[in-house]
Design a binder for this molecule. Structure first.
Ligand code: GLN
Length: 544
C-alpha cells in the first residue's frame, strides 16, 4: 500500500465552477488537521505551459519560485496553503506529448507503436505520482482541467481510472464538481445536468465518490437524496457549495458541509487532529467588516478580464484585511488614458498600481498616469512593466531625455533607459526563456523598501526580458530616483523609489506571486497603508 493518498477533482456541466478554489479549500482544511497536502493541476491544452498565452485567453500566468510559468490556479493553492508549488504542480498535454515524443526519438520505445494508451497515459500517471517522490505528502490533490466529456481530457480521465485501479479505493477518491442550475421560471433547482455528467464519467469507468454541487440556492434534503440515488454516491457525500461573497469563505463553508470529514473517512485516514481555522476566520472577518475604505486605480491593458491580474487583486485583498480596509479597485484601461481623462480618472484615487505587461499597446497612457501621480504625490506602485514605465517617465520628464523608451517598444529609441538583458539577446524561442522564478535582491539599508521588508536580502519572483539600463543609473540617481534593490550577481536593478514622494516604488519583480493569507506581502500591506494615509490627509485638507 502506498503511503500517499490521491484525490482527483473533475468538473462537470460547465467550466468556471471553481475547481481550483474547491481543491484549495479542501487542501486547507486537511492541512489544518496536520496533514501534508499539495495540489496539482492537469491542463488539457497543447501549449507546453501558459507562458505563451495571452491573458485574454487564459487569465494571469502564475510563476512559481522554481521558474515555472503556470495556470493561475497554482496561485490559489499557494495563497490558501502558504506552501510553495513547483514545476511538477502544473502539467499540460503539451508537456506530456513533448516528453513522450522526446523518448520516442531517443529510441526508448524502439520497435513499438507509440500510442495514447499506454504511452501517453503512462506519462500522465508518472507525472501525477512525481510529486510524492520528491516530498512526503500525505495527500496529493490532482485537479483535472476542463469538463468531463471534453475530447481533450479523455487521456487524463483514463489515467485516473487506471490509477484508481492500481491504488485501490482506500488510497484514492474522485470528487466531481458540478452545477445545480436554478430555473427561475420553474423556481426549481435542476439535477439532470449533474446526472448526465456523472453518467459520462461512469462511461469512462470512473465512479464519483463525492459530489460538490455549485448552486445559487440551498439544496434541500430531497434533492441531496435524489442526487445520491441517481449518481451512486452516499447522501453525506453530496456537498453543497453555495455562491460565496468571497473565495476565502469557501474553506469555512466546506468545513461546515463536512467535506474534509467525508474525505478522511473514505480515504481511511485516522491520524489527524481537529481543524483549526481560527486564523483564517479572523482574516475573513477583518475582510468582511473593514473600518476604512481606499480607492486604488489598477492601470493595465487587460483590465476587461479580471483574471488577468488575479494575483495583484488577491494581494490587495490580503493587504486590505491586514489594514482593516476595503480596497476598492478601479480598473483603468491604459489605452484610453489621455490628458483630459487623467484628472477625471486618477485625481480622486488614493493610490495607483501600474500593472505588468508586454508590448507597446497602452504604454503612453501608463507613462502619462505616472507623471500625474508623481507630480501630485499620490501613492504609486509599479510592477515589472509598471516599474519600467516609471523609469521612462522620469527620464523623459525629469532628466529631460526626450524620446526615452524601452527597446521593447522602440528598438531605435534615442535613449534606451530600459533595454534587453544581456543574456536575452541571443534567445530566439519565446516559450520559457524569460528571466523566471526566484532571484535574490539586496536592499539599501537607508531605503523605504528596507523599512518595509525589514531585511537586507529578499527573494522575489521574476518574469521579464528587459531591465533598467545601467548606463543611465548615475543620471537617474543624481536626479533623485533611488535604486534601492539590486541583484548583486548580475548588477540588475530590481527596485526603484522616489524618496521625495510619500510612497513611490517600482519593482522589477512580481511581489503579487508571494502574497498569501498567512503572510500578506509587505509591499502591498505598506502600499494600502500609504493609500489610507493619503486618503486621510486628503480629507483633512478638504481636497476630496
Ligand atoms: N515586457 C517587460 C519585460 O519583458 C515587462 C514584463 C512584465 O511586466 N512581466 O521586461
Amino acid at each position: 500500500m502506498s503511503k500517499t493518498k490521491y484525490i482527483f477533482v473533475t468538473g462537470g456541466v460547465t467550466s468556471s465552477l471553481g475547481k481550483g478554489i474547491i481543491s484549495a479549500s479542501l487542501a486547507k482544511l486537511l492541512q489544518s488537521r496536520g496533514l501534508s497536502v499539495t495540489i496539482q493541476k492537469l491542463d488539457p491544452y497543447i501549449n507546453v505551459d501558459p507562458g505563451t498565452l495571452n491573458p485574454y485567453e487564459h487569465g494571469e500566468c502564475y510563476v512559481t519560485s522554481d521558474g515555472a510559468e503556470t495556470d493561475l490556479d497554482l496561485g490559489h493553492y499557494e495563497r490558501f496553503l502558504n506552501v510553495e508549488t513547483s514545476q511538477a504542480n502544473n502539467v499540460t498535454t503539451g508537456k506530456i506529448y513533448q516528453t513522450v515524443i522526446q523518448k520516442e526519438r531517443r529510441g526508448d520505445f524502439l520497435g513499438k507503436t507509440v500510442q495514447v494508451i499506454p504511452h501517453i497515459t503512462n506519462e500522465i500517471k508518472r507525472r501525477i505520482k512525481l510529486l510524492s517522490e520528491t516530498n512526503d505528502f500525505d495527500i496529493i490533490i490532482t485537479e483535472i482541467g476542463g469538463t468531463v466529456g471534453d475530447i481533450e481530457s479523455l487521456p487524463y480521465i483514463e489515467s485516473v481510472r487506471q490509477l484508481r485501479w492500481e491504488l485501490g479505493n482506500a488510497n484514492s477518491l474522485v470528487i466531481h464538481l458540478t452545477l445545480i442550475p436554478y430555473l427561475s421560471a420553474a423556481k426549481e433547482l435542476k439535477t439532470k445536468p449533474t446526472q448526465h455528467s456523472v453518467k459520462t464519467l461512469m462511461e469512462s469507468g470512473i465512479n464519483a465518490d463525492i459530489l460538490v454541487c455549485r448552486t445559487e440556492h440551498d439544496i434541500s434534503k430531497e434533492i441531496k437524496n435524489k442526487l445520491a440515488l441517481f449518481c451512486n454516491v452516499d447522501v453525506d457525500s453530496v456537498i453543497q457549495s453555495k455562491d460565496a461573497s468571497t473565495i476565502y469563505d469557501v474553506p469555512l463553508m466546506m468545513e461546515q458541509e463536512k467535506l474534509d470529514t467525508v474525505v478522511l473517512r473514505k480515504l481511511d485516514i485516522s491520524n489527524f487532529s481537529s481543524t483549526n481555522m481560527s486564523n483564517w476566520t479572523e482574516f475573513v472577518n477583518r475582510l468582511k467588516f473593514p473600518k476604512n475604505t481606499v480607492n486604488v486605480g489598477l492601470i493595465g491593458k487587460y483590465v476587461e478580464l479580471q483574471d488577468s491580474y488575479k494575483s495583484i487583486l488577491e494581494s490587495l485583498v490580503h493587504a486590505g484585511s491586514v489594514n482593516e480596509t476595503k480596497v476598492i479597485i478601479h480598473s483603468i484601461h491604459s489605452e484610453f488614458i489621455d490628458d483630459d481623462q487623467i484628472k477625471k480618472q486618477i485625481s480622486n484615487l488614493d493610490g495607483v498600481i501600474v500593472a505588468p505587461g508586454f508590448g507597446s499597446r497602452g504604454i503612453e497612457g501608463k507613462i502619462k498616469s505616472i507623471k500625474y501621480v508623481r507630480e501630485n504625490n499620490i501613492p504609486f506602485f509599479g510592477i515589472c512593466l509598471g516599474m519600467q514605465m516609471a523609469v521612462i517617465e522620469y527620464s523623459r520628464n525629469v532628466l529631460n531625455l526626450k524620446g526615452s523608451n524601452s527597446t521593447e517598444m522602440d528598438e531605435k529609441t534615442s535613449h534606451p533607459v530600459i533595454s534587453l538583458m544581456k543574456d536575452q539577446k541571443n534567445i530566439v524561442n519565446k516559450g520559457g526563456t524569460m528571466r523566471l522564478g526566484s532571484w535574490t535582491c539586496d536592499l539599501d539599508e537607508g531605503s523605504r523598501v528596507y523599512d518595509i521588508y525589514k531585511s537586507k536580502s529578499i527573494t522575489e519572483r521574476h518574469r521579464h526580458r528587459w531591465e533598467l539600463n545601467n548606463d543611465y543609473l548615475e543620471n537617474l540617481n543624481n536626479a533623485g530616483l533611488k535604486t534601492s534593490g539590486i541583484n548583486s550577481e548580475t548588477g540588475l536593478v530590481e527596485i526603484i523609489e522616489l524618496p521625495a514622494n510619500n510612497w513611490f516604488i517600482g519593482v522589477q519583480f512580481h511581489p503579487e506571486y508571494k502574497s498569501t493569507v498567512e503572510t500578506p506581502h509587505p509591499l502591498f500591506v505598506s502600499f494600502v497603508k500609504a493609500c489610507l494615509t493619503y486618503n486621510n490627509t486628503k480629507d483633512q485638507n478638504g481636497r476630496k
